[in-house]
Design a protein around this ligand. Structure first.
Ligand code: NOJ
Ligand code: MG
Length: 529
């Protein structure tokens, strides 16, 4: 049995504004991405997922779509996109687009029409409601970007729902016209040859039919948690009816061989895995963000993996994500030393790894002076800016970082020297070299890209161990989550074999006979004998 590419392969997320600028306007673009395809090929990734590139007023940097079947001039044209697709495919790299079905821009022609009058045929395409008796919003729902999830529309005297910015009105997925519209959008891109979609906030699509108030969150920590977490989104997200939409998306995708459906959902495992499909197939890969959200301790990560492995339905294929454009970068969350351990974990676990651009050079969050903040979320909720994780890719040490010849939309500096592709490319001990070795090892060894995962319980210390195997090749991965040296001591048996990779890149070939000593922040892969 051959595994499909999206199971054995590695996916790389590109935030298009920040990857490579080609025209000096300080914003990344499609021609820029094309010019870096050779780099991605050299790195060894199998697919890129590119954030939204559609025409947009950019209130949420493209997650506010004004036209689903075009390309914003900032990024290029449909012709540039076709060229990107052809050039990527010529290098064996698949292209996954971001599909944003939960909301449009408030400038989308659908919404402009919908807000014209209560009688407009498109009124029902969005979620409009009369004010509450006191004139306030129809219910207590909160926007993920701060404030109520409702905005009042003076001329028609009703509120409309927006789970994110007021400039991002939510579509009404209970309306019969919604699916045919989105199906048309999917086919437009699938016919062009895209290899799949990452579906934005898929768990948000359907809302409670009666729009009941959300209950209070008893665990809410004011000032520490984002304001919308004061309520449990019991009625505004993850409704059972969403599964029918997911199933339709899957059926359409399946009409095109070899395409993949990836869904964004921040949910506990028990609820997340329902997005693989309940009564019929759903997403191929509902994204698993639990390495981002769980504390960075060996016991915590071990139980996260165990819970996930134990919750996955029989034919469901796992996936792991270490970073994305919404969260602090892994190097800043866990530190530079542990970022190497994290890389080894991501690329040796069972399931499709999703890399975030720049993490392969260990880029930390960038320091963004307050006056240069661009993220609308950061502007509305103090301390929540996503800009630090979205800074331009550092290709070299020049002022524009090799990203642009112009003035970058977010500062390209503010990252210590050495964190660039140029500085790390030929350095045998760099993070980038580690990523390349991990990618190569994963590709070469079926044990790592398709074999089962078996935990290896070890005593004491802050270490995590597991075996990946395929036929007669068995690999032990042993990771030290601490800064100090530690001995990896399996509860049963000893370790016999040969080191094939260390996060420090200096122990390859070393024989292991019984005990396995790990330096601080070190992980190793041992081929067991
Ligand atoms: C999730 C995306 O990842 C995020 O960047 C965006 O702001 C929201 N969805 C709204 O579309
Ligand atoms: Mg540009």
């Amino acid at each position: 049995m051959q595994n499909p590419w999206w199971q054995t392969g590695i996916i790389y997320e590109i935030y298009p504004r920040s990857f490579q600028d080609s025209d000096g306007d300080g914003v990344g673009d499609l021609t820029g991405i094309i010019s870096r395809l050779d780099y991605l090929h050299w790195l060894g990734v199998d697919a890129v997922w590119i954030g939204p590139i559609y025409p947009s007023p950019m209130a949420d940097f493209g997650y506010d779509v004004a036209e689903y079947t075009g390309v914003d001039p900032l990024f290029g044209t449909l012709e540039t996109f076709d060229r990107l697709l052809a050039e990527a495919h010529a290098r064996g790299i698949r292209v996954i687009l971001d599909l944003v079905p939960n909301h449009t821009s408030d400038r989308h022609p659908w919404f402009l029409q919908s807000r014209r009058s209560r009688e407009d045929p498109k009124r029902g395409w969005y979620v409009w409601r009369d004010p509450a008796p006191d004139g306030g919003p129809p219910n207590n729902w909160l926007s993920s970007f701060g404030g109520p999830a409702w905005s009042f529309d003076e001329p028609t005297g009703q509120y409309y729902l927006h789970s994110f910015l007021p400039e991002q009105p939510d579509l009404n997925w209970r309306h019969p016209e919604m699916w045919p519209q989105m199906e048309r959008v999917m086919r437009f891109w699938l016919d062009r040859g895209v290899d799949g979609f990452r579906v934005d906030v898929v768990w948000h699509l359907v809302k409670d039919a009666r729009l009941r108030d959300n209950p209070r969150n008893p665990d809410y920590r004011p000032r520490r948690d984002p304001p919308n977490e004061a309520l449990v989104p019991a009625f505004s997200a993850d409704q059972p009816e969403v599964q029918e939409i997911v199933a339709r998306m899957r059926r359409t995708t399946d009409e095109y061989p070899g395409r993949v459906l990836i869904g964004e959902a921040y949910l506990p495992f028990g609820r997340l895995v329902r997005y693989y499909g309940v009564a019929s197939p759903g997403m191929h890969l509902p994204l698993n963000f639990h390495l981002i959200t769980s504390p960075w301790e060996a016991v915590e990560v071990e139980s996260t993996v165990a819970e996930y492995e134990g919750t996955l339905p029989p034919d469901a294929w796992p996936n792991w994500v270490l970073g994305n454009h919404d969260r602090s970068r892994v190097a800043s969350r866990v530190g530079a030393g542990q970022a190497r351990v994290a890389a080894m974990l991501l690329l040796t676990l069972r399931g499709t790894p999703v890399l975030y651009y720049g993490d392969e050079i260990g880029m930390p969050d960038a320091e963004i002076p307050p006056e240069r903040m661009r993220d609308p979320r950061g502007k509305r909720i103090p301390g929540s800016s996503r800009d630090p994780a979205r800074a331009p890719m550092r290709w070299d040490g020049s002022p524009g970082a090799g990203f642009t010849t112009g003035d970058p939309w977010l500062p390209a500096g503010g990252v210590p020297a050495g964190y660039s592709v140029e500085a790390q490319r030929d350095d045998p001990g760099s993070v980038l070299t580690l990523y390349r070795h991990l990618v190569r090892l994963r590709r070469a060894e079926p044990a790592l890209h398709r074999g089962p995962y078996t935990p290896v319980p070890a005593a004491g210390e802050n270490t995590l161990g597991y075996v990946r195997e395929w036929q007669d090749r068995r690999f032990l991965v042993a990771l030290n989550f601490g800064e100090g040296a530690a001995r990896f001591r399996p509860e049963r048996g000893t370790v016999q074999g040969r080191v094939v990779l260390s996060t420090r890149l200096d122990r390859e070939g070393e024989a292991v006979d019984g005990g396995l000593e790990l330096r601080g922040d070190e992980g190793v892969v041992v081929l067991l004998s």
